[in-house]
Structure formats: C-alpha cells, structure tokens
Write a protein that binds this ligand. Structure first.
Ligand SMILES: Cc1cc2nc3c(=O)[nH]c(=O)nc-3n(C[C@H](O)[C@H](O)[C@H](O)COP(=O)(O)OP(=O)(O)OC[C@H]3O[C@@H](n4cnc5c(N)ncnc54)[C@H](O)[C@@H]3O)c2cc1C
Length: 415
C-alpha cells in the first residue's frame, strides 16, 4: 500500500491542474489514472482563453510551452449560425484585424489526445508527482486517518489523507460518496467525429456553432484542426434527447448528408475516426462539491458551462483551487467537511456568476425568434458585434443578453 498526503484520481485537465498546483506549493502527491497516455477523450477539442489563463496562473512556463505545442490550430473567434441560417463572425478580441494579427490568439483547437498528453508530460517533469497510469481506483473507504483507495481487485491500494476526485463525467465517487446523480435537465449528451476535407473553414480558425432549428436548444459544431481535419459534433440536453427519442449519431449523419449547406461542405469530406459519444455534466445547478477528506473537481463536480459546453477551463480552475484548499487543510491538519466547504465557496466565487449567467442564456437559446433577431441585428450593427466580442471577456457585458432592455434598445436603434 502506498501512503500519501494527497491522492488525485484522474490525470485529465482537472487532475493535472491539481497536481501541478500542489507541486508548485511544495506538496507531493500521487496521481492515478486508469488510462495510459496518450489517450483520446471525446470532446470538441476547443481550448478557450480560460485554458491558457488557468495554466499561466499555475506557472507561466506551462502556458508558454502550450503556446509552442505544434499539434494545435490557432483560433481567433467564433462563427455563429442562427436557425434562420444567418451567420455572424465574432472575434474573441474586439481589435481583431485579419490582415494584422498580433500576439497570442485567444483560443486554440487541439485534439485531446495531444492536449491531455501535454498535461501529463508536465506532470512527468515534476519529481514530486508520482503518476500511476493504467490503474483504476474503484473502491473508496473512509477511515479515521484518511481514505483507503483500491482498484476492483484490491491489488493496488493507496492511503491518502485527502482525495482530489478528478475522474470525469462518469465518476463513481461522485455518485456513491458525494451522492450526486445525473439529472437529464442538467446534463448534455454529445457526440464527436473527426473529418478530413470539410470545405469553407475560416482562414483564422474560427470555430463554428450552428444553431440548427432541428437541434435547438442544442447545436452542431465544426472546429478546425491542423492538417485539414475538423472536429465535428452535436451537443444537446439529455432531457431533450429523451423527450424526442433522438439518435444523435443518426442526427449528425443526417445533417452532414442532407442539410442544404452542410452537404455541399462535406461533399468531398471523409470520416477520419469513429463517431463517439460522452456525457457533459452541466454546472446549471449548484451542488455540494466536497465532504470529509475529499473535493470533487472538473466534470466529476459538474462544472461544464451550460451554454457553450466548455469544461476544460473550469476543470483547470477547479483543480487549482482544490490544490490550494488541500494545502490549507494539510497545514491545519483538519479535513472535516466544514473546512472542506471552503473549496465549494471558492469554486462558486470564481465560476458561479458565469455558470449562472450561461444557464440563463442557455434557456434563451431555445427561443428561435430571439436568436434570429439578435443575429440579424448584429450583422448590421458594428457596435453590437464589438460588444459581443467584449462579452467573451466581460461577464458584466454578457449579463446584458439576459435583460429585456438590451433587446428593446436594439429594436429602437437598428442602424
Ligand atoms: C462531446 C463533448 C464535447 C466537448 N467539447 C468541449 C470543448 O470543445 N471545449 C471544452 O472546454 N470542453 C468540452 N467538453 C467538456 C470537456 O471534455 C470536459 O469538461 C473535460 O474533459 C473535463 O476534464 P476532467 O479532467 O474533469 O475530466 P476528464 O477529461 O474526463 O478526465 C478524467 C480522467 O480520469 C480518468 N479516470 C476515470 N475513471 C477513473 C478511475 N476509476 N480511476 C482512475 N482514473 C479514472 C480518465 O481516464 C481520465 O483521464 C466536451 C465534452 C464532450 C462530451
């Protein structure tokens, strides 16, 4: 049996961030992942600006190394397509100039097989992080002085004063210990495939979100990757999938083959992977994320943005916060649930406002007319387009989207 102060279950973005931050706080830890890296993870592969910010906060040199990673596409913005089929390019930065791009792009698209392996390589650079790959943690027993964690056969065991749970959307710990269960109205189903040769991709790597009428409140996406590849997928609320008895794989194949715009763009495209699906646990409901001697992070803590489906940034943020709380607990030698709750408070202090706002915007996205109106107006109105760019950074500006007065002003000023 291995004894440690902190055991991190999972080496995805949440677990890696936790371990890397612990190492920067001079706390050694054990990280256990059931996979052997490099491993794939079903995802849109979109890395928002939050990802770089989070890594820079752990250590600027990690952010610098990510910027140097070859296997990623720079992304300077998003193309939204409304149900009316009006399309609008919104740059991540209001001063974006396609002819004179300067600095670091605000986003990247990077296959998870590469991005997560980048993070694991960072773990391997740290002598105080002991990483076990190909090793699952399946049983968790709370004892007086810590958690006993073992695999199903009981052949591998770790005793830890504190556990950081970072094992993703299907975490058994989340269900069995924290008592958090999947609720279809707070959960999305997503599928993804890689295609080669999709035409009409944006020259500056804009990611594309298509709010097709048949999929609302979900969307179809195309995210450009290096070497002429694209990540293509669908994400939609699980409650809607159930109600409409949707087969997402069929829905996606139908769009690619029959949608009047997409069938042209996919005419010469070839499928470069299988079509895989996975769950997205949404942060549209506040939950208890910790208890005696444990903290849930990333998808295991249901922290995915309910509007955009982004979870990597929030996974990194929560992992880092968990490491900081772990340091405080170890120093005080106090792991009671009441103390661990400071972790919940900090996570929701940092991410709560944005999650709440995205929940409200997610509900608005269901209203086709509102979407079409917003898009049509923005196409004509430069000021509004600039405002939308700023919304990627400014949460207070994004709040405007949920206020009726915002739409009234646009109605009165449609220049
Ligand atoms: C279809 C789809 C599209 C998405 N698109 C995007 C996007 O474009 N951008 C974005 O930001 N987010 C996206 N997300 C969300 C994103 O994938 C997650 O939020 C993110 O991966 C969460 O990171 P994590 O570290 O919490 O979990 P994960 O990345 O799932 O990592 C969990 C790790 O735990 C390990 N593990 C699991 N069980 C055990 C066990 N019992 N013992 C040991 N190890 C275990 C796994 O092997 C894995 O390595 C998407 C999700 C889906 C499903």
């Amino acid at each position: 049996m291995i004894a440690t102060d902190v055991c991190v279950i999972g080496a995805g973005p949440a677990g890696a961030a936790a371990a890397l931050q612990l190492q920067r706080l001079n706390i050694s830890c054990i990280v256990v992942d059931k996979a052997i890296f490099p491993r794939d993870k079903i995802c849109g592969d979109g890395l928002s600006g939050k990802v770089l910010t989070a890594l820079n906060r752990i250590d600027k040199s990690i952010g610098e190394r990510l910027c140097q990673l070859q296997e990623k596409e720079d992304s300077w913005g998003v193309t939204f397509t409304a149900p009316s089929r009006d399309s609008l390019d919104i740059a991540y930065q209001p001063d974006y100039n396609p002819q004179a791009k300067t600095g670091i792009p605000a986003g990247f698209v990077c296959k998870r097989i590469n991005f997560d392996n980048f993070l694991v390589t960072e773990l391997k650079r740290c002598p105080d992080i002991q990483l076990f790959e190909g090793q699952s943690i399946d049983n968790f027993t709370l004892q007086e002085d810590g958690y006993l964690l073992t695999d199903a056969a009981g052949a591998f065991s770790v005793k830890a004063k504190l556990v950081i749970v970072a094992n993703g959307a299907h975490s058994a710990f989340t269900k069995e210990v924290a008592g958090i269960h999947m609720e279809p109205q707070h959960y999305c189903a997503g599928i993804r495939a890689y295609y080669k040769g999709v035409t009409g991709l944006h020259a500056d790597g804009f990611i594309e979100l298509h709010f097709l009428r048949s999929l609302l409140p979900g969307y179809f996406w195309i995210f450009p990757l290096p070497n002429g590849e694209a990540n293509v997928g669908i994400s939609i609320l699980s409650s809607v999938v159930r109600k409409r008895k949707l087969n997402l794989k069929k829905a996606m194949q139908d769009i690619v083959a029959n949608d009047p715009v997409m069938k042209e763009r996919f005419k010469n495209a070839t499928l470069a992977s299988g079509i895989g699906g996975y769950g997205l646990p949404l942060g549209s409901k506040k939950r208890t994320l910790s208890g005696e001697r444990y903290m849930l992070t990333g998808d295991a803590a249901y922290l995915i943005d309910p509007f955009t489906g982004e979870g990597i940034g929030n996974a990194l943020y929560s992992g880092r916060i968990a490491a900081q709380q772990a340091a405080a607990c170890l120093q005080a030698n106090d792991f009671r649930a009441a103390i661990m709750k400071k972790y919940d408070d900090e996570v929701y202090r940092v991410l709560g406002a944005e999650l709440g706002l995205s929940t409200r915007i997610q509900k608005l996205a269901n209203r086709t007319w509102l979407f079409n109106f917003l898009m049509k107006t923005a196409m004509r109105n430069k000021q509004l387009r600039e405002l939308m760019s700023c919304m990627f950074y400014e949460i207070d500006l994004r709040k405007k989207l949920t206020k009726p007065s915002f739409y009234m002003k646009m109605l009165l000023n449609r220049s």
